[in-house]
Structure formats: structure tokens, C-alpha cells
Design a protein around this ligand. Structure first.
Ligand SMILES: [Zn+2]
Length: 370
């Protein structure tokens, strides 16, 4: 459909003023067909009909999708429209216009615009049909993951081995467990519960909660809900320690609660996050690994701020190397980065669980290398 659509878009664009073009030509190609024609495959063979697309767009309002991906409006305009930083290009002053009533966006910076499907295409850098899959999964997986996370939370206190593991990692306070919505996957009981709630087995498999063989995917794992995913830390030394469900690990952990701080501490693991939060730090976030995805880099750079990188100080130096590489990347994007040097062989979690306290960690932040 690529060539047909492009040709039609070019035709539609002809002879119209730049101003009129806004919200007519610039948005997604489907909006260019006024009389309910289907998104057309070759020679009119129906691939996806317009009704299906309209339904999808109605179920996923553009504004809701943007906000779920951390987009925040910077100011309001007339007729209920909003302006904010563009999530599609490096934007320094708000040039991204959203019209929630018409479910359309347009960026004055990069000149791109359209509906929620077009946004998903550009944002996730996927094709049109892949964008439909992403949106359908997002729509379908959200309630499913919520139910799974709640189930795991209930399991936590029923399993002494899970609570003991959390204690050993410095996670004790009920307030912290509640804040991070920490749960436990014993294995062998999630599938039945979710099906009882009305979720379908294919949906569980598609989300990765249940394996192709029909078993719970997470067994003996501490579970942390993320945005659009669940991270599972194994209690068993024979299993791979870290697991995510298929798909993106999402943005920075709890970013909405952190983004207003001018100084932010970035750690690589959720247990590092947990002990720092437990010690009273609130300007803290986690990248879930030393490699930041585009979205996470974008978040760190969405306002002027200093980022303290408190990665593992492992004996082979890989954590510190990753921190150095990242600080270079951040500096190239105009973000101040400072490297926190933990004692050798420590990560923030072991630093606190082996006797370090808030005051000592503050000293490490103050000594952080520019
Ligand atoms: Zn843009």
C-alpha cells in the first residue's frame, strides 16, 4: 500500500495552501479519504477497513496515548488544544500541537502530524501495519498486566521465601513495597486466576505471561510492574536472574514523580532504586540496565538537569565503563552528567545493605566526578 498511499497523499497535497494543509494533508493518510473508503491494499483489495481503524482510534484517544508515554502539555491554546515538546524530534521549545477533540497532532518543528496510528508509526519507528499491532497490544495488554501485577502483589505476603529475599536486599518497609507495587510470582497459579477473570489464554500467551506450553512464564520471581511490562527477579540461582515480558522495557522508572527535580540520580537496577528510596531519596530513577533506550534518553533531556550516574562498581569495570559512555552521550545532548564512584565491588543496593547510610551516600554524590 506504500506507493498508492504516497501517490494519493501527493495528490491531496497539490494546490493547497500551507495553512490549509495543517490537519488535512499533514496528518495520516487515512484521514485523506473523505467518503469512508477502506485503507486500500493493491487495487482495492480490502486489508483493513475504515471502521476498524475508527474503532481503534476511538478506543485509544491520542491524548491518553501521549500521556501514557509521558508527554506533558506545556501550555493550553484556544479550542481545547495543547502545545508541548515534540516526542518525535529533539525539541527545545514546545512545537508539538495536540487537538484532543479531533484526535490529531502536528509538529511545527519536524513538520509531521496525524492521528494516533501515525503517532505510533513515528514514535516506535514501525510500519503502518506494525503500528496497528502495537496499538492493539497496548489497548489489550494494559488491563491484563494490571490484573497480573495485582495478583502477584497479593501473593507476596503468602510466601515467606519472597519476603525473606526482599529483607536480604534491604527491602523491608511496607511503604516501600506499596510504593513500588512489589509482588511475587510463585508459578503455576497466575494462568488460572487470569482466565477466571475473563482473560483469554491466547491473550496471556501473547503478553508473554504464559508460555507456549501453557505454563506461567514467571516462576519464583519477585515482580515489579513497569510501564507496559513486568520485571521479574529470580530467587533461584539456577534461573536467569533478570526477565522482562516481550516488548519494550518502557521509559525511566517512575519518571513522572522525578522529572521536576533539577538533579536526578540514575541507577541501573530496581533493588538499587529500592534502597535509595528507602533511605529517603526521592529524586531517583532507574534505567533497568546500563543501556538506555531512545525514550529514556529523551526523558533525561526533556529539561535542564544534572544526572548523577550511580551504576554498579563491579570489579571488571563494566558498570563504570557503561556510566562513562552514557555520560558522554548525555553531554552531547546538553545534559550535565556526574559519575558517582561507589566502593569497588558495590552497587547502591549492596552499599546500603552492608551498612552504608544516607549521609555516606550524600558524600558520594558530592564527590561525584564532573
Ligand atoms: Zn517534531
Amino acid at each position: 500500500m506504500g506507493t498508492t498511499a504516497t501517490a494519493q497523499r501527493l495528490l491531496l497535497g497539490k494546490g493547497r495552501s500551507r495553512r490549509r494543509a495543517l490537519f488535512t494533508d499533514a496528518h495520516h493518510r487515512c484521514l485523506g479519504f473523505p467518503r469512508g473508503l477502506p485503507y486500500s491494499a493493491d487495487r482495492g483489495k480490502k486489508s483493513v477497513n475504515r471502521q476498524t481503524l475508527d474503532d481503534l482510534k476511538q478506543q485509544i484517544p491520542l491524548m491518553g496515548y501521549l500521556q501514557a508515554h509521558d508527554w506533558r502539555p506545556a501550555r493550553s491554546l484556544s479550542r481545547g488544544r495543547w502545545m508541548g515538546l515534540c516526542p518525535l524530534h529533539e525539541d527545545h521549545k514546545p512545537s508539538f500541537l495536540v487537538d484532543p477533540h479531533r484526535n490529531l497532532f502536528y509538529c511545527y518543528g519536524c513538520g509531521r502530524g496525524g492521528d494516533v496510528i501515525r503517532l505510533a508509526e513515528l514514535y516506535h519507528q514501525v510500519t503502518f501495519s506494525q503500528a496497528l499491532v502495537v496499538l492493539r497490544q497496548w489497548r489489550g495488554a494494559e488491563p491484563l498486566l494490571k490484573d497480573a501485577a495485582q495478583f502477584y502483589q497479593v501473593q507476596l505476603n503468602r510466601h515467606g521465601e519472597a519476603v525473606a529475599y526482599l529483607h536480604q536486599r534491604g527491602v523491608r518497609s511496607p511503604e516501600l513495597i506499596e510504593h513500588m507495587r512489589i509482588g511475587y510470582a510463585p508459578g503455576g497459579c497466575l494462568r488460572g486466576w487470569l482466565i477466571q477473570l475473563g482473560h483469554s489464554l491466547p491473550a496471556l500467551c501473547q503478553a508473554g505471561l504464559v508460555t507456549g506450553g501453557g505454563y506461567d512464564a514467571y516462576v519464583h520471581r519477585i515482580v515489579f510492574p513497569l510501564e507496559g511490562n513486568l520485571y521479574g527477579r529470580s530467587l533461584s540461582p539456577s534461573a536467569p536472574p533478570h526477565r522482562f515480558l516481550p516488548g519494550s522495557k518502557g521509559g525511566l522508572y517512575a519518571w513522572a514523580q522525578v522529572q521536576s527535580y533539577p538533579e536526578v540520580i540514575l541507577v541501573e537496577g530496581l533493588f538499587d532504586y529500592a534502597v535509595l528510596w528507602g533511605a529517603g531519596f526521592r529524586n531517583i530513577t532507574c534505567s533497568l540496565g546500563t543501556h538506555l533506550n531512545t525514550r529514556q534518553l529523551h526523558q533525561l533531556g526533556d529539561a535542564p538537569r544534572t544526572v548523577y550516574l550511580a551504576f554498579d562498581s563491579d570489579r571488571n569495570g563494566s558498570g563504570q565503563q557503561a556510566a562513562q559512555d552514557l555520560s558522554r552521550t548525555l553531554r552531547q545532548r546538553g545534559i550535565h552528567a556526574r559519575l558517582v564512584r561507589l566502593p569497588e565491588g558495590h552497587d547502591p543496593n549492596s552499599f546500603f545493605t552492608q551498612g552504608g547510610d544516607e549521609r555516606q551516600f550524600h558524600a558520594l554524590l558530592e564527590a561525584a566526578l564532573k
